[in-house]
Write a protein that binds this ligand. Structure first.
Ligand code: GLA
Ligand code: GLA
Length: 702
C-alpha cells in the first residue's frame, strides 16, 4: 500500500515538473573542491531560513516578493516539518511544500531542504517511546522538545530511512531544490541507553579485536576494572566524582562522534542513491566539540554552519566568530563554505540574549563571514515565530512583517554581494599560520582539565587573537593534516598524541617550520594514558627542554618576566623548564621557582620550536611572543590596526581582496601597506583608509 502510494506520488511529481518553467537545477560540482557559487548558477547564495508551514498561504507570495526585493535567491526549509510531511506513519504529504517551492521559484529563489529528523512527530514517540535518548542517570527524555532522539535506536533509524527516502523520491528532480541539509545541528544529547551500550561494546570490539588489547590499552588494572566479556564494558555514566576510566571516556567520545557520523551517513546514502544531482550539507556549530567535524565532512559536499555573533555580551568579541569561521573552513581542508544560519536579529528563548545591535553590525557580521571564506549567507530566520520556544528569537522581520531597519541592511548587503560576486568567485583565504586543533586533546582535557581554570578554547584564542590583531590570516588544521605550506604552526595544549602526529610535527620543524607548543603537551598517548617519558614526552627532543616539576595555578599569583624588559601576569599552570639546548626567553617572577625558565626557544633541524610553559591573561604577552616568532619565520604583521577593527583577506590569482571591518561605534583609520581600490565604488582609497562606525570597506589591488 505504502509503495503504491509512493509510486503514485512520484508519477504526480513527474507531471508537475513538466508544468514548472523554472531553470534547470545545477549539476553538483564534481572534483575535489565544491564551488558554491557555481552550484547556485553563478550567484552568491543569499537568503533566509523560511518556515512556510507556520504562516497562512496567503502570506507566501508577499514574502517571496519581499525576499526578491532584498536580493534573495535562496531559502532553507523543512527541517522541523516531519509531522507535516508524514502526518501518519507511512502517509506522506509534500503538496504544501511543492506549493511553497512554486511560489519561491517563480521569484528566482531556490531551496535547500532539511531532512526533518531533529524533530520527530509526537505519534512516533507514542508508538516507540524508546526512540528518546537516555541521560547518564538512566532517565529517558520524553516528547516535547527537539533533538532528544537516540541515534542507536533501530525504530528511529527505520523511521529516518522512511522519511528521507520519501523526501528524496519526491524532490530528486525538482529544479527548485538545490540540495539537502541533513537533520539540524547533530551531536547531542549523548544517549546512555542499553542500545547505545551494546553499540559501544561492538565499537570497542572492532577497534581492539581482543579484550587483552583493550585491557592493556585502557590500563584496566587500575581499581581492578578488567573485562572478561565485551558485554561487561560500561558507559562512562559515573559522573559522580567523574570516576570513569579516562581511557574509556575518551573512546566513548570518539564512539559518539563516529555514531553521529554513521547516523548522518544513513541519510547521505539514501540521498546519494536517489538524488545524485543534489548536493548534501549539514548546519554545523563552529567550536562545538562533540563531533569531529573534519571526519564528518568527508561525507558532505560542503560545510555550512550557524553563525551567531551576538551570543556574546561584548560585540567587539569578533575573534570568537573569526576562529569559528576558520575552524569550519579547516574542517573541510579550507574549501569555502556557507552560513546556513547567519544572525538576522536579536537572539533569545525565554529571555532576549542581550542588547539590540546597531543595524549596521548585521552587515559587518555578514561581511566577516565572507572575509573568512563564506560563499553564501542564509539568515536565521526570515521572520520571528509567533509560536513556541523561539518567539523571542528575532528573524529579519518581526511578526508584523514590517520592513524594519534590519531588512534594509540585509537588502543593501545582498545587493553589494551580488555586485562583488564575479570578484569573489574562486577567491580563497590563504594563511601563513596554522593552528592545530586536536579533537582527541580537546575531549581528553574536558574529561580531565587538570586544573579547574583550564580552557582549551581560551588557549586557542590566546594565540589566534594575537595573530588576528596583527592582520594575519590563520587556518585551522586538524591532525594529521598536511602542514608543509605553513611557515608557523601553533599547537596549543597538544595533550594527546600519537606517533603519526609527532612525526609530522617533527618533520615540519626539521624542514624549517616554526612551531609553538604550550604546557600540557605530550602528556598522554592515544589511549589517554600518561607517558612514562619525562615531559614534554615525545616533544622533549625538538623543544630542547625537560619538565621535572610543574605548578597548577589557582589564583593567578605567578608572574612572567620577559620576553624583553616587560613582565606579565601568569595564570592556569606553570611548567618549570629545564633547558638542554633551548634558549630562555622568559622566567617566572615569584615564589620558590622565581628565576626558572617559563618560555624557551630551540633550534631543531632547520626550524624553531617555542615552548610556552604558562598562560597569561595579558594580550600584550602574546603580542610580544608572536612578534618574535613571526619575525623569525618571515610572517608579516600589521601593528597599526586599531582595536575593534578587523582586516581579513581573500586572494585570487595573486590578487588581494581586503575586508576592513569596523565593529565599533566610532569612525576609524586603518593604515595599509599601499593604496587599494574600493571594489564597490571603483575609487582609489587613501593609504590610511577611513572606515565609518559599523562600516565595511572591500578593497582590491588596482
Ligand atoms: C583514598 C583511597 C585511596 C585513594 C586516595 C586518593 O584515600 O583510599 O585508594 O583513592 O583516596 O584518591
Ligand atoms: C539553532 C537552530 C535553529 C534555531 C536557532 C535559534 O541554530 O539550528 O533551529 O533554533 O538555533 O535558537
Amino acid at each position: 500500500m505504502k509503495r503504491l502510494w509512493m509510486k503514485l506520488a512520484c508519477g504526480l511529481m513527474g507531471a508537475y515538473l513538466l508544468m514548472v518553467p523554472a531553470a534547470q537545477g545545477q549539476q553538483v560540482p564534481s572534483g575535489k573542491s565544491f564551488d558554491l557559487i557555481e552550484w547556485n548558477g553563478g550567484k552568491f547564495i543569499y537568503g533566509a531560513d523560511y518556515y512556510p508551514e507556520a504562516w497562512d498561504e496567503s502570506q507566501w507570495e508577499k514574502d517571496a516578493t519581499l525576499m526578491q526585493e532584498a536580493g534573495f535567491n535562496f531559502v532553507r526549509m523543512g527541517e522541523f516539518a516531519w509531522v507535516k510531511m508524514e502526518p501518519q506513519e507511512g502517509h506522506y504529504d509534500f503538496a504544501w511544500l511543492d506549493r511553497a517551492l512554486k511560489v519561491l521559484n517563480a521569484h528566482g529563489i531556490r531551496a535547500v531542504l532539511g531532512t526533518p529528523t531533529a524533530s520527530p512527530p509526537a505519534w512516533l514517540y507514542a508508538k516507540y517511546p524508546d526512540i528518546a535518548a537516555m541521560d547518564a542517570q538512566g532517565v529517558r527524555y520524553r516528547y516535547g522538545s527537539r533533538r532528544n532522539y537516540c541515534l542507536h535506536n533501530p525504530d528511529f533509524v527505520a523511521a529516518t530511512t522512511r522519511i528521507v527516502t520519501a523526501m528524496a523520491e519526491h524532490f530528486k528532480d525538482h529544479p527548485g531544490v538545490l540540495g539537502w541539509q541533513i537533520d539540524n545541528e547533530v551531536g547531542g544529547p549523548k544517549c546512555y541507553d542499553p542500545a547505545s551500550q551494546t553499540a559501544f561494546q561492538a565499537w570497542c570490539q572492532r577497534k581492539y579485536q581482543t579484550l587483552e588489547a583493550l585491557n592493556a590499552a585502557w590500563g584496566t588494572v587500575f581499581w581492578g576494572h578488567t573485562y572478561h566479556a565485551w558485554g561487561e564494558i560500561p558507559l562512562p555514566w559515573n559522573t559522580l566524582y567523574n570516576t570513569s576510566n579516562p581511557s574509556l571516556a575518551l573512546d566513548f567520545d570518539r564512539f559518539w562522534s563516529d555514531s553521529t557520523h554513521a547516523y548522518v551517513d544513513v541519510q547521505t546514502a539514501i540521498l546519494r542513491k536517489i538524488a545524485p544531482r543534489q548536493a548534501i550539507t549539514h548546519n554545523e556549530m563552529g567550536m562545538y566539540s562533540e563531533v569531529d567535524y573534519h571526519d564528518l565532512n568527508r561525507s558532505l559536499d560542503f560545510v555550512a554552519w550557524d553563525n551567531y555573533p551576538m551570543g556574546h555580551e561584548d560585540y567587539s568579541q569578533y575573534f570568537r566568530q573569526g576562529l569559528a569561521h576558520d575552524l569550519m573552513r579547516g574542517s573541510k581542508d579550507n574549501q569555502n563554505f556557507m552560513i546556513m544560519e547567519q544572525e538576522g536579529g536579536l537572539p533569545g528563548w525565554a529571555t532576549f540574549g542581550g542588547r539590540q545591535a546597531a543595524p549596521g553590525l548585521y552587515r559587518v557580521w555578514a561581511y566577516q563571514s565572507v572575509a573568512h571564506g563564506a560563499d553564501g549567507i542564509c539568515y536565521f530566520r526570515w521572520r520571528t515565530s509567533r509560536y513556541g520556544t523561539e518567539q523571542y528569537w528575532e528573524g529579519i522581520l518581526d511578526q508584523d512583517s514590517y520592513r524594519n531597519s534590519r531588512y534594509f541592511v540585509v537588502s543593501q548587503t545582498g545587493k553589494e554581494l551580488g555586485q562583488l560576486t564575479p570578484m569573489l568567485e574562486g577567491s580563497k583565504v590563504v594563511s601563513p599560520v596554522a593552528m592545530l586543533v586536536s579533537p582527541d586533546s580537546r575531549w581528553a582535557l574536558q574529561i580531565q582539565p587538570g586544573v579547574e581554570d583550564f580552557q582549551y578554547e581560551r588557549q586557542l584564542h590566546d594565540y589566534y587573537d594575537a595573530f588576528r590583531r596583527a592582520g594575519v590570516s590563520v587556518d585551522v588544521a586538524f591532525p594529521p593534516s598536511d602542514l608543509a605550506n605553513y611557515r608557523l604552526v601553533v599547537a596549543p595544549a597538544l595533550y594527546v598524541t600519537d606517533p603519526t602526529l609527532v612525526n609530522k610535527l617533527t618533520a615540519f620543524v626539521k624542514n624549517g617550520g616554526t612551531l609553538i607548543l604550550t604546557f600540557r603537551s605530550g602528556v598522554k598517548d592515544e589511549h589517554n594514558v600518561v607517558t612514562d617519558k619525562t615531559l614534554p614526552g615525545p616533544f622533549a627532543d625538538i623543544t630542547g627542554v625537560a619538565i621535572h616539576e610543574f605548578d597548577p595555578q589557582i589564583n593567578e599569583e605567578q608572574e612572567i618576566v620577559g620576553p624583553g624588559e616587560s613582565s606579565f601576569p601568569a595564570r592556569t599552570w606553570s611548567d618549570i623548564l629545564d633547558p638542554s639546548t633551548a634558549n630562555v626567553l622568559a622566567t617566572y617572577g615569584k615564589g620558590y621557582y622565581s628565576g626558572k625558565p617559563a618560555v624557551t626557544e630551540n633550534h631543531a633541524g632547520k626550524g624553531l620550536v617555542y615552548y610556552v610553559g604558562t598562560e597569561s591573561k595579558s594580550p600584550f604577552f602574546y603580542d610580544r611572543l608572536i612578534s618574535l616568532a613571526a619575525q623569525k619565520s618571515r610572517v608579516a604583521l600589521n601593528a597599526k590596526i586599531p582595536p575593534g577593527v578587523e582586516v581579513a583577506v581573500r586572494q585570487k590569482a595573486g590578487k588581494k581582496i581586503i575586508f576592513v571591518l569596523n565593529y565599533t561605534s566610532t569612525d576609524q583609520t586603518v593604515p595599509l601597506d599601499q593604496a587599494y581600490q574600493n571594489a564597490l565604488t571603483g575609487k582609489t582609497e587613501a593609504l590610511e583608509v577611513q572606515i565609518p562606525a559599523y562600516g565595511v570597506k572591500v578593497l582590491t589591488t588596482p
